[in-house]
Design a protein around this ligand. Structure first.
Ligand code: GLN
Length: 202
């Protein structure tokens, strides 16, 4: 079977780092996506870290918000890191005015919950589904998840706060695996995309 194509939403944020991590995670062709018509050419999408209010506004402006919601609703795999996690939350506790999300994960997120830029930190995390050594979590003005609904599964916590969640084909982390050189979380996402492609082609 041909190699899955995974897009990285390239409106704002650390797009390049995700493209590199996906390429290194193997078995995937990674490409930037910013136009609605490009959405139909991908099997999965990563939403990078950055600034969720900016990503939200640009997604509406570029006309990708509505088609993206439709594809996520149809089951296209998505993986959001940090600002990307916020974009996948059904609800933001403290949205800026006009801030919208794509949604897809039944969770409530709190933006900037772990503090300001200069309070960024790293922590070793046990992530469900990732074997071996703990994952080094890089937290940069990171959100945490206040609560999840019944359909969402918690994959990791830090200091009693939820920092990784999965619901069906949607994955979200408060932290940034694309910055560490450890590509196991991206590998997990590539596996989700592969399974989706196999199911779709049956
Ligand atoms: N605090 C940012 C936001 O609200 C997220 C920070 C990040 O992605 N590193 O979008």
């Amino acid at each position: 079977m041909s190699t899955p194509v995974i897009g990285v939403l390239a409106l704002q944020g650390d797009v390049r780092e995700h493209l590199v991590a996906l390429a290194a995670a193997d078995a995937a062709v990674a490409r930037p996506v910013r136009r609605p018509e490009e959405l139909s050419e991908i099997d999965g999408l990563v939403i990078p870290g950055g600034e969720s209010t900016t990503i939200s506004k640009l997604a509406v402006l570029f006309g990708v918000m509505a088609p993206l919601r439709a594809r996520v609703r149809d089951g296209m795999p998505v993986y959001g890191t940090c600002a990307g996690m916020i974009m996948l939350a059904d609800k933001i506790l403290d949205p800026r005015s006009g801030q919208e999300t794509i949604g897809g994960i039944d969770m409530i997120v709190r933006r900037n919950a772990f503090g300001r830029q200069n309070e960024s930190f790293e922590a070793a995390l046990d992530v469900k589904g990732i074997a071996g050594e703990p994952v080094e979590g890089v937290f940069i003005r990171a959100p945490w998840v206040e609560s999840v609904g019944a359909a969402a599964e918690v994959l990791a916590e830090h200091d009693g706060h939820i920092v990784a969640v999965r619901q069906g084909n949607a994955l979200a982390t408060s932290f940034h695996p694309e910055l560490t050189g450890d590509h196991r979380v991206h590998g997990l996402f590539v596996d989700v995309v592969r399974a989706y492609r196999t199911a779709e082609s049956l």
